[in-house]
Design a binder for this molecule. Structure first.
Ligand code: PLP
Length: 393
């Protein structure tokens, strides 16, 4: 039987159309976009066409798009780049407790270099309250960075409300939109952000390519040095095939978004309902309204998330865990911890993330496998605790 892939928040397969668009740029059109001769010009044209496509999806000007080596690099450039260019007397960043490590660990690095960072809390469904952001802002804040759609919970943050608070005070606003770009409709003016991160491999383009939207006039420094590429904001010869792939993926996302948005939401609901109906003691860690169409995060009481992942893998279903067990210890993700999920539940956290190729039949197979697996793991856990209680181990 075919395996069912429900881990699209980790990565997505490259679209056939994307792959086809990229192929010419490996061996035939191989020029360096910085070269003045015809080989270079052809490559340059392809890069600029891709830039227009990314800009079109985001509602930006092409000149506001900088290609990067992925989502992590886009987040690093947004945060480090604005930190290096900040005005004197400003040294504070406000972010949230549920950021991707690409944002969180960049902020932690800056903390070690004398910056102050406030990590605003979230509620039990992972929602950031703009009021909490407002309370954290001071006269020294130069940047607010809050993720748009959370890669673990699928909860969507009220970015426009948060941006308005930042803008009123002349503070820059960044959002990591890696999980929302191409999935839900929005543009950079709706969100009123100055910086926005994109990753290719989450939207059916290759790994190792991404983009940072930088609103015209934003104070930012390069965070990597070398040649004059990308308007001096990102040195290094452009990854032309991957950039072409990202452009194509953005074009496709815009073209097909309406269809996938409804269909994925319906499949997600079907999965959620099947699980909630058949399994007891399960908690949904996603906001009921402000949520991405493709992510479902749940905690099953009394089991271990990574054991469920392995059990499901044996049954041909690929998902990911929100907690990982090492030798005798369980490491709960910082996101699930921030939601305040009780420990006995948090250890049993898993994420299902759907993609456009998933079918209703696959969802039904997955939910049946989840129900059986959770049941099995709970029976084992119960038996183990009985046996352990007798002291015969
Ligand atoms: C995947 C992901 C990233 C990192 O992107 P890479 O291209 O893998 O470096 C950043 N933020 C979020 C929300 C992601 O899901």
């Amino acid at each position: 039987m075919e395996h069912v892939y429900l881990d699209h928040s980790a990565t997505t397969p490259v679209d056939a159309e994307v792959l086809a668009a990229m192929m010419r740029f490996f061996a035939n059109v191989f020029g360096n976009p910085s070269s003045v001769h015809r080989f270079g010009r052809e490559a340059r044209e392809a890069v600029e066409e891709a830039r227009e496509k990314v800009a079109c999806l985001l509602g930006a000007d092409p000149g506001e798009i900088v290609f990067t080596g992925g989502g992590t690099e886009a987040d690093n450039l947004a945060i480090l780049g604005t930190a290096w260019a900040k005005e004197d007397g400003k040294d504070e960043i406000v972010t949230s407790a549920v950021e991707h490590p690409a944002v969180m660990n960049t902020c932690r690095f800056l903390e070690g270099r004398g910056f102050r960072v406030t990590y605003v809390p979230v509620d039990g469904e992972g929602l950031v309250d703009p009021e909490e952001v407002r309370k954290a802002l001071t006269g020294r804040t130069f940047l607010v960075s809050v993720m748009h759609g959370n890669n673990e919970t699928g909860t969507i943050a009220p970015i426009a409300a948060i941006s308005a608070l930042a803008r009123e005070r002349g503070i820059l606003m960044h959002t990591d939109a890696v999980q929302t770009v191409g999935k839900i409709p929005f543009d950079v003016d709706d969100l009123a952000v100055d910086l926005l991160s994109v990753a290719g491999h989450k939207i059916h383009a290759p790994k190792g390519v991404g983009a940072l939207y930088i609103r015209r006039g934003t104070r930012i420094q390069a965070a990597q040095f070398g040649g004059h590429q990308e308007g001096e904001r990102r040195a290094g010869t452009e990854n032309v095939p991957a950039i072409v792939g990202l452009g194509k993926a953005c074009e496709i996302a815009l073209r097909d978004m309406a269809v996938h948005l409804d269909r994925l939401g319906a499949l997600r609901d079907r999965l959620e309902q099947a699980i909630l109906t058949a399994v007891e003691d399960v908690r949904v860690n996603t906001h009921p309204v402000h949520r991405l169409p493709h992510i479902l995060n749940v905690s099953f009481q009394g089991i271990k998330g990574d054991e469920l992942v392995r059990e499901l893998d044996n049954r041909g279903i690929a998902i990911s865990a929100g907690a990982a067990c090492g030798a005798g210890t369980v490491k709960i993700s910082h996101v699930i911890e921030a939601l305040g999920v009780p420990r006995d539940w948090a250890t049993g956290t898993v994420r299902f993330s759907l993609g456009k190729a998933n079918t209703g039949e696959e969802i039904d197979r997955a939910s049946a496998a989840v129900v059986e697996s959770v049941d099995k793991l709970r029976r084992i856990a119960e038996l183990e605790s009985t046996l352990g209680g007798r002291g015969c181990r």
